[in-house]
Design a protein around this ligand. Structure first.
Ligand SMILES: Cc1ncc(COP(=O)(O)O)c(C=O)c1O
Length: 401
């Protein structure tokens, strides 16, 4: 039997593909600090399960393809508070931000089309691009520059007649970058000038640790009809398993094309939409408190990493990830070694190899991504174990200063 070349070309997730090594370690009784995946340990607000428990219909029927208006109205209200006026018709509810991303890429790209994506990027972007037979054209950013964007001309020279969209996460996964108003304006200018779609993945919008005000791409009026926002309750309300996200656009053609994908998949899950709608009613202090907690964790991880000889990283401005260059021959080999051969008092650490977060071959080979989603005590232990691991690793190298 023959399967499609397109499916073969899909990259496996660098975040999940080393799980079997973790399973083996757990089977040997090793405790693993999971820094490899953005699975927050914060409790999901109780409103979610309370709303689900109140469901009393005798039949769990299909809902509408667009999504439940109870939830959509909450999303409209949330965006109104951000100064982004939306109407019901601008929103399609999806199975997580992931489905929203997949639909957005399918809607904008024909085979061979290109999307500019700042790298390192969330690896699912590469999988969705591959499934649309589209190409990612990386806009390379570096830890040394805090993963901020190159100059306008540096970006513009990557745009070709095949370019259809700019896709980025803001705040950034895996970089933690929060773009300045100037960077946002530059991207908006290029979007308009070259007749592109801007796909702004803003699922980490509430996780910004700078004092300046966060600017959403939704606040830039001149890209109003060429902007798609990807959103989700997964990280905002620590509800990754709810699988509720949405696709937002004030371009009616985009929405009517998107609706066909929504119809093909049927509808989003009924109970989870009820729960998600209730999450949007979570009292305001919740998000502020969660933000404070992540800011504290960021500082613990960053300070800990900065104290390890040879490790290079920049303090992230948002999201809950950090990229670090390690003084090792190969980050993936190091991660596997940590799982197979290293532990301190029966404990070890799992991180993600960063190579799969880049489209440019060879980049990220000695980098890892970590998610600071563990409590203070666990995070401190994890950094100590990581430091000991680096020092004991046989493939340790000296990092050139
Ligand atoms: C940047 C970014 N976008 C989208 C998603 C998808 O989130 P979900 O499908 O859980 O809503 C993630 C998940 O980690 C992410 O990091």
């Amino acid at each position: 039997m023959r399967f499609s070349a397109r499916s073969h070309s899909l990259p496996a997730s660098p975040i999940r593909r080393l799980e079997p090594f973790a399973e083996e370690a757990r089977a040997r009784g090793i405790r693993i600090y999971p820094l490899h995946i953005g699975q927050p340990d914060i409790e999901t607000p109780g409103q979610f399960s309370e709303a689900v428990k109140k469901f009393s219909h005798k039949t769990l029927a299909y809902g509408t393809s667009q999504g439940d208006f109870g939830l959509i109205d909450k999303i409209v209200e949330y965006y109104g508070n951000y100064g982004i006026p939306l109407e019901r018709k601008d929103i399609l509810v999806t199975n997580g931000g992931s489905e929203a991303l997949n639909f957005a890429v399918q809607i904008v790209c024909d085979p061979g089309d290109e999307m500019l994506v700042p790298e390192p990027f969330f690896p699912a972007y590469a999988a969705f691009a591959a499934s649309a037979s589209a190409r990612i054209i990386p806009v390379t950013t570096r830890a040394e520059d805090g993963f901020h964007l190159p100059s306008r001309s540096g970006i513009e020279k990557l745009i070709s007649p095949a370019t259809r969209a700019i896709l980025l996460s803001h705040p950034g996964n895996p970089t933690g970058v929060v773009y300045s108003r100037e960077e946002i304006e530059t991207l908006a200018d290029l979007t308009v000038k070259h007749d592109l779609l801007l796909i702004a993945d803003e699922v980490y919008r509430e996780f910004v640790y700078m004092d300046e005000l966060y600017c959403s791409f939704g606040n830039i009026e001149r890209i109003r009809d060429r902007l798609v926002i990807i959103d989700s309750v997964s990280k905002r309300y620590s509800a990754c398993g709810a699988r509720i996200g949405c696709l937002i656009s004030r371009n009616p053609e985009f929405i009517s094309l998107g609706l066909k994908y929504c119809q093909a998949r049927g509808c989003p899950p009924t109970l989870e939409q009820l729960g998600a709608a209730a999450l949007y009613e979570t009292p305001d202090p919740y998000l502020k408190e969660v933000n404070r907690e992540y800011r504290k964790r960021r500082d613990i991880l960053f300070d800990g990493l900065s104290g390890i000889p040879g490790v290079v990283c920049k303090k992230p401005e948002g999201a809950f990830y950090i990229m670090a260059k390690l003084p090792v021959d190969d980050a993936e080999k190091f991660i596997i070694w940590m799982l197979q051969e290293f532990s301190v008092n029966g404990e070890t650490v799992m991180t993600s190899p960063a190579e799969g977060f880049y489209a440019t071959p060879g980049l990220g080979k000695t980098e890892i991504r970590m998610a600071y989603v563990l409590n203070e005590g666990d995070l401190k232990n994890a950094v100590k174990i990581l430091a000991k691991g680096i020092s004991a690793y046989p493939g340790k190298t000296l990092w050139p200063e």
